[in-house]
Design a binder for this molecule. Sequence first.
Ligand SMILES: *Cc1c(COP(=O)(O)O)cnc(C)c1O
Length: 430
Amino acid sequence: MPMSEDFALRLDAVLQPAVERFGTPFHIYDEQGIGETCAAFDTAFEGTPYREHFAVKALPNPIPLRLLAERGLGFDCSSLPELALAAKAGAVGHDICFTSNNTSSAELAAALALGALINVDDVTVFDKLVAIGDVPDTLCFRVHPGIAGSLVGESYLGNPDSAKFGVPADQLIGVCARARRHGVRHFGLHMMLGSGFLSGQPFLRSLDLLLEQAARLHESSGITVEFVNLGGGIGIPYRPDEPVFDLAGLGMAIGDKLSSWARRHGLPRPTVLFESGRYVTGPHGVLVTRVLNRMSKGREYVGVDAGMSALMRPGMYAAYHHVTVPGGAGRPHEIVDVVGSLCENNDKFAQQREIPATAEGDLVLIHDTGAHALSMGFNYNGRLRPQELLLRADGSVERIRRAEAESDYFATLDFPPLRLSPSELSVGAA
Ligand SMILES: *Cc1c(COP(=O)(O)O)cnc(C)c1O
């Protein structure tokens, strides 16, 4: 959604001094709004055992992560740096879910060292745990989405036929039985069907499928599934006319399903886990930019001082991000492309968008950059990533990441020399 009215008011109060002190561009995140979304989870799932593990990839900065940890959230990680970030934010043991894919032994060893809850994405991951000689007593198994069939109007993490994630249902009982022989006592199942869903239907579909697998596991091998992880994917309305996700409705529907399944099978209700990223922080961030150039060539172009290094969703997915102009309320509107400086014609935050008239030096806000924004940014063309600010609940504004400097861009060129001579290279050659 375009930022909430409350966030807009809070930002308006600090925007000018923040721009003067910190300079543009920057992402700014709203502590108050993030806290309200955390509270909405608690309300929606009241009475149902649940936990949200924030997907670190959405906003990998230890300061907002710590705020989430203080609110009781765990973290979902899929790489070594993400594990380190979760630990830095204060997470321990099962506060951390490790939902990786195409996983290395080094990654598993790091997750084991933290006591993280490992989400087994493939039989080969379980083989690696056995080879490491450290099979934990609790494991989660990710189920391949191929069994979900088609979801009309919704999107998968890839096509169910070609999805690379998860253990196929016909291998699940086998690998869980092996896990039990290796000492696993507590089992969970995971499934994620996609991202950006604006209705609860895909989550209820995953839940049905996971409960079906849980019943099958119990019948075939007496294994009780203690938790079901519905992954991430709760969407936010990026466009002003899109519906808000009905989290309370989903909470109620999930609670009902769990209770009736438990009654039907005479089993305890499993705990529900989520790994939302976008829903938790997405609407609570804005990218603040300044107009560098007004250009007129067929179309009207508003060139701003940020680009795909700060936010690549529009270029990568043709994603909509709402654009507003502070102080632009009374001005005539015009239809423009809002563009960055990359030598790529898809470096456009908005195309043919109607916004208030702007001039060089004006501020332009790109909305909904609290998740999958800076973290996806890249350095192509030597474009550096901008700073991150946090608008605290007490009204103060704090820099929580500096902008990249040219020295960061050159940092990987600074290394001890290493060269194999032709004679060293021929050692062992036939
Ligand atoms: C990306 C991802 C998430 C977060 O997705 P959102 O759409 O931000 O909620 C959660 N879990 C896994 C395994 C992911 O890959």
